[in-house]
Design a protein around this ligand. Sequence first.
Ligand code: GLN
Length: 230
Amino acid sequence: MCRHLGWLGEPVTVASLVLDRPHGLLVQSYAPRRQKHGLVNADGWGVGFFDGPDERRWRSAAPMWGDASFASVAPALRSGSIVAAVRSATIGMPIEPSASAPFTDGTWLLSHNGVVDRGVLPLSAKAESTVDSALLAALIFDRGLDALGDTIAEVGAADPNGRLNIIAGNESRLLATTWGDTLSVLRRDDGVVVASEPYDDDPAWEEVPDRHLVEVDRDTGLTLTALRGS
Ligand code: GLN
């Protein structure tokens, strides 16, 4: 199981979300607190963010803790819409930069925390890697993000062992699902964080119940909806 995080709000630095927190993704890469599957997340990492309408990504197949170049640059990367992940590869899956989230269709950035039987997913020439998460991302992009909840419920029904936690963001919206793993939300004055686990011990973190869809919109705020099959 990987750990992931999304931000929608005022521009903040990548370092402030990912590196500087006492239990941020960097620490979660070697000492996650709520991870049920896998001990460390050392099989790669990725950070994606919107720079105006353009999405930009930096992905790696190495542990985040060893990347001094990223640590040097992250304090200068600033965005109002960020999706980041550290990866613990599912057995049998490739370890390569293109298998690290976030995935993109050029419009959205998307991370998957979990596992899905590739046999229940359509083959897609658009998938960035043969990893299950990339095939799932391609299906979600194909169906459209407005159908995210329905797509997850459908894949969950087809693969009862699937764990399908998603975080997806574009310039103005941030979406997340819980299906088999943990997710917490922090409503800050300057924006909203969704994360597999809290990056600190602020009591304002709220746990999202399983099989729910979180939608954050710059105009309408945060809504939580139960998914079909819950
Ligand atoms: N199954 C995906 C992979 O192999 C995601 C793994 C995870 O959530 N740990 O990368």
